[in-house]
Write a protein that binds this ligand. Structure first.
Ligand SMILES: [Zn+2]
Ligand SMILES: [Zn+2]
Length: 239
């Protein structure tokens, strides 16, 4: 956190250096990213991502969409618009925030977006199966996504019972846990662990972690079996 001198913010452990939450999902022939926050450019450069087929957006908060201008680097090379998947309120925010990408008088180098809604049921992006799972961020609807055996949920503090059915059977769940203290719109550490238990997920990785949660090494050592802290650069492979 800017200006903070706490033990997390001053830690030299690379696992305590956290960019904004995002995930890249890659199959044999398709690469997609969930969210493109303010750190998107640095994340793409750091991990040397050369190709991207689509971006799925969870919701319109700036820490999840602010980096979308930098998608122009991908569209510059492919000369094709980037496929964006967003629900109606998120699409409205993208059109507002990046108005110049939707104007009639686009200057060279403007990012090009192909806006797609999010279907109610499972769909394919390339060869990656995507199941949208609406969850709640206090009163704001947020999209979570399941890709085969992997489910990614960020910025949630409540999941409706019928949506839980779509998550069950996942081998791996990435779930947000902001800090130990309760928060109005994010799961706390205890709430995230409880959700994982209820959904009977074998391996859960916690994301969207605030500096208030504590140092990675310390918190990780206190977690129950099957629960881990995610960290920047974590790679999970599925067969
Ligand atoms: Zn701090
Ligand atoms: Zn967020």
């Amino acid at each position: 956190m800017i200006g903070c001198g706490c033990e997390v913010c001053t830690s030299t452990d690379r696992k305590d250096k956290r960019f904004r939450s995002s995930v890249l999902v890659e199959s044999a022939n398709t690469v997609l990213v969930v969210d493109a926050g303010p750190d998107f450019r640095c994340q793409m450069l750091k991990h040397k991502v050369k190709h991207l087929d689509a971006v799925l957006l969870t919701h319109s908060h700036k820490d999840h969409i602010a980096g979308m201008d930098d998608l122009k680097a991908f569209t510059y090379f492919t000369r094709k618009p980037m496929k964006i998947y967003a629900d109606a309120p998120t699409e409205a925010a993208v059109r507002r925030e990046f108005y110049y990408a939707f104007s009639d008088t686009r200057y060279p180098g403007t990012p090009e977006y192909e806006m797609n809604g999010i279907p109610a049921n499972s769909f394919l992006i390339g060869d990656i199966p995507v199941t949208p799972i609406p969850v709640w961020h206090m009163r704001m609807p947020v999209m979570a996504f399941r890709f085969g055996k992997f489910t990614y949920i960020t910025d949630a503090n409540r999941i409706d019972d019928q949506e839980k059915e779509k998550i069950k059977g996942s081998d791996v769940l990435v779930l947000n846990a902001l800090r130990k203290e309760k928060h109005v719109s994010h799961f706390s550490l205890a709430e995230a662990i409880e959700q994982s238990r209820e959904l009977q997920i074998p391996a859960t990785y916690l994301t969207h972690i605030s500096h208030q949660l504590g140092r990675h090494e310390e918190v990780e050592s206190e977690l129950p079996q099957g629960i881990h802290l995610a960290y920047d650069g974590l790679v999970l492979e599925f067969s």
